[in-house]
Design a protein around this ligand. Structure first.
Ligand code: ZN
Length: 130
């Protein structure tokens, strides 16, 4: 799955695309791993509610402010984005049952951008099982 992002920090719901990959795989029972290939982004599962999405982005901005003397900024300008990606993590694993992701009613899968806008953000969806 490839995404273009439009803001420096952004939460994009990718659940539909991930379920599409599960369906396409033909796997009925197993595990779906969703992995971002970019170290200034993260993958999470949570509720698709505007306030909550903005809270998650605000919390990472508060924890990892842009204007701080991070060591990585000696060679680049995005230490805050790397730190947010590191602490939230690059992947989630979701059980697949009956060919469907076993997400709860209020759960969605999000790609979190911390260093956008960028084009060609690549997310790997690997489905294992039978
Ligand atoms: Zn960097």
């Amino acid at each position: 799955m490839v995404l273009d992002t439009g803001k420096r920090r952004e939460a994009i719901n990718i659940t539909r695309g991930v379920q599409g990959a599960v369906t396409e795989s033909g796997i009925n029972t197993g595990l779906c791993v969703v992995f971002t290939t970019h170290s200034t982004s993260a993958i999470i599962v949570n509720e698709d509610e505007e306030g909550l999405k903005s809270d998650v982005l605000r919390k990472t901005a508060e924890d990892f402010p842009v204007n701080k003397a991070w060591a990585h900024n000696r060679i680049d300008d995005n230490a805050d984005a790397h730190l947010a990606g590191t602490y939230l993590g690059p992947s989630v694993a979701i059980p697949v049952v009956g060919g469907r992701l076993t997400l709860g009613t209020w759960q969605s899968i999000f790609f979190l951008e911390f260093d956008g806008p960028r084009s060609g953000r690549r997310i790997v969806v690997q489905v294992m099982g039978e």
